[in-house]
Design a protein around this ligand. Structure first.
Ligand SMILES: *Cc1c(COP(=O)(O)O)cnc(C)c1O
Length: 383
C-alpha cells in the first residue's frame, strides 16, 4: 500500500461488523422463513414478542412496522386527537412530535436539561401551563431517552401523575438501557422503540415495538396494528393501520437479541474510553445518577471558539466521520414552527442544536480506530 494513502475511514456506525459476527445464524434464520413462507405474522413474530418481554420485563410487547408507528399507535389507542396537547422535548428526532400531529392533537414543545439533553421537568410544567393557555387539554407527555440515555423518569412521572398525563416513553434510541435497575419498557404507561438499522437494536429494514403492562392497551394495539380488527380481520371496530413487523425482520431480531447484552457492555466500555481520552478537551456526555445508556450516539459539545463545520472538516480529513443530531430542534423546523413552545422559550434546545456533534460509536469500534478518533478530536480542538 502507498504509504501516503490515508487509512480507511472509521465508520460512524458499523452494521457490517455485526453482520460478519452473526454470520450463518442470520442466513439460517432467514432460510427458515423462506421455507415456511409465513411472511406476515409468522411464528418468529410471536417468538420475538415473548423474547422482548423477557428481556425488558414488560408484561406485553406488540411489535409493529416502525418506531413512528409505535408512537402513533399508542396515541390512537388512547384516543388522543383534536383539542389535546401532548408535551414533547424539542431537542429530538422529528418523529416524536410528528406522531402527535398525525393524530390531530397539538405537540407542545418543551426544553431539555443542558447536562443530559433530556426532557426538563421544570420546562414540562411550563409547557402544561402553555397548553392550557392555548385552550388545549394536556393529555400525555413523551419523554425521549435521547442518544441512548434514560430520561429523568421519576421526575417526569411525578409531574405526569399530578397532572393526570399519560406517559409514553420514546425509547427509539434507548431500548436496552436501565433506569435505577429497571430496563426501559417498564417506565411510563407505554414505551415505543424503533428497530431502524442504526438504532442500538436494529433489524435489516424498518421495524418497531411497543411495551406495556396494561393488558387492555395491548389488546387495542393488536387491533390497531391490523386496521382496527375486531373478532376477525373483516370485522373493523376502530381505525387502524397496516402496522405489522414482518417475519423476516423478526427472525433477524431474534438472532441479534442474543448478542445485545454483550454489545451494550461493549458500547459502555467504548464510551468510558472516549470519556477518558476526551474529557479534558471537549464536553463529554453526562450520565445522571441512576440513568444508564446504550450509547445510540456519543455526542460531545465543542468549547467556545471552536467552529463546528471547521471541526467536522478537520476530522473528515483524518478519515473520521461525524454526525449532527440535530442541527435544528423541532420548533425550528418548517413543518413544526407554528406549534406552541413552553413559556420561557427553548434556549437549551437551540444552544445544543448549534454546538453538538456526534463521533463514531458502535459495539465493534476497535481500540486503534478509536485512538484515531480521539487523536483527531484533540488535534482539531487545539488547532
Ligand atoms: C428513530 C427515532 C424514531 C422513529 O423511528 P422509526 O423506526 O425511524 O420510525 C422516533 N423517535 C426517536 C427519538 C428516534 O430516534
Amino acid at each position: 500500500m502507498n504509504q501516503h494513502m490515508p487509512p480507511e475511514p472509521v465508520p460512524l456506525f458499523d452494521i457490517g461488523a455485526q453482520r460478519r459476527r452473526l454470520g450463518k445464524s442470520i442466513d439460517e434464520a432467514l432460510a427458515r422463513v423462506l421455507a415456511h413462507c409465513q411472511f406476515v405474522s409468522g411464528p418468529e413474530v410471536t417468538a420475538l414478542e415473548k423474547a422482548l418481554a423477557e428481556f425488558s420485563g414488560a408484561r406485553h410487547v406488540v411489535t409493529c412496522a416502525s418506531g413512528t408507528d409505535a408512537l402513533l399507535m399508542v396515541l390512537m389507542a388512547e384516543g388522543i386527537g383534536r383539542g389535546d396537547a401532548v408535551l414533547c422535548p424539542s431537542f429530538t428526532f422529528c418523529a416524536t412530535a410528528e406522531a402527535v400531529a398525525l393524530t390531530g392533537a397539538t405537540p407542545v414543545l418543551v426544553d431539555v436539561d443542558e447536562a443530559t439533553f433530556n426532557l426538563s421537568a421544570a420546562s414540562l410544567k411550563a409547557g402544561i401551563a402553555t397548553a392550557r393557555k392555548h385552550g388545549l387539554k394536556p393529555r400525555a407527555v413523551i419523554p425521549v431517552d435521547l442518544f441512548g440515555q434514560c430520561a429523568d423518569h421519576d421526575a417526569i412521572a411525578a409531574v405526569a401523575e399530578a397532572e393526570g398525563l399519560f406517559v409514553l416513553d420514546d425509547a427509539a434510541q434507548g431500548f436496552g438501557a436501565s433506569y435505577k435497575g429497571r430496563r426501559l419498557g417498564t417506565l411510563g404507561h407505554a414505551t415505543a422503540t424503533s428497530f431502524f438499522p442504526t438504532k442500538p437494536l436494529g433489524c435489516y429494514g424498518d421495524g418497531g415495538a411497543i411495551f406495556t403492562d396494561d393488558a387492555d392497551l395491548a389488546a387495542k394495539l393488536r387491533s390497531i396494528r391490523v386496521h382496527g380488527q375486531g373478532s376477525d380481520k373483516y370485522d373493523n371496530v376502530r381505525l387502524g393501520l397496516t402496522g405489522r413487523l414482518d417475519t423476516m425482520q423478526a427472525a433477524v431480531l431474534l438472532e441479534k437479541l442474543k448478542i445485545f447484552d454483550d454489545e451494550i457492555a461493549e458500547r459502555n466500555r467504548i464510551a468510558e474510553r472516549y470519556n477518558r481520552g476526551l474529557g479534558n478537551v471537549v464536553t463529554v456526555p453526562h450520565l445522571a445518577p441512576g440513568c444508564g445508556s446504550v450509547w445510540a450516539l456519543y455526542t460531545i459539545r465543542l468549547p467556545r471558539g471552536v467552529e463546528r463545520d471547521a471541526f467536522a472538516a478537520a476530522l473528515k480529513a483524518k478519515g473520521v466521520p461525524t454526525g449532527i443530531y440535530y442541527p435544528k430542534s423541532i420548533h425550528q423546523q418548517t413543518a413544526y414552527r407554528d406549534f406552541p413552545v413552553a413559556d420561557g422559550g427553548l434556549p437549551v434546545s437551540e444552544k445544543l442544536s448549534s454546538d453538538v456533534i456526534s463521533l463514531p460509536m458502535h459495539a465493534y469500534l476497535d481500540e486503534p480506530s478509536q485512538d484515531r478518533v480521539i487523536a483527531a478530536v484533540r488535534g482539531a480542538v487545539s488547532a
